[in-house]
Design a protein. Structure first.
Length: 125
């Protein structure tokens, strides 16, 4: 297994229409249940998956990890882009690892606040 370069945050570029749709999905999903985070991903076939943080006493899964699990369990073969709306300063190590393992190093990662304002963008590898 080859070691991949770390994700580096850069100023957010202008979002494509497809990535803007991910922001809308992540924002609506987070708001629907007032979760700590909302996320959305687009797979290599153009399908989208959106999720919110799962925070139970017996189960804690980040919004981005739920999206990866949904895509994988639906038969997806990889990811193109991901959006995470969070109050955290960046992507967690676990979120980055899940994206890299399933999506590879070319996945575009956008991080924004709960309002959907994207602050940083990067690639997973």
């Amino acid at each position: 297994m080859t070691e991949q370069a770390p994700v580096t945050d850069e100023p957010a570029p202008e979002l494509s229409a497809e990535d803007a749709k991910l922001v809308t999905l992540a924002r609506a999903t987070r708001a629907r249940i007032n979760a700590a985070e909302g996320a959305a991903v687009r797979d290599t076939d153009g399908r989208t998956y959106a999720a919110a943080t799962v925070d139970l006493a017996s189960l804690h899964v980040s919004a981005l990890q739920v999206c990866v699990a949904m895509a994988l369990s639906s038969g997806s073969r990889g990811l193109e882009a991901a959006v995470l709306l969070t109050q955290a300063d960046g992507f967690s190590d676990a979120d980055r690892a899940a994206i890299r393992e399933f999506g590879g190093g070319d996945v575009v990662l956008h991080r924004g606040d709960w309002r959907g304002q994207i602050g940083t963008s990067a690639t997973a590898g």
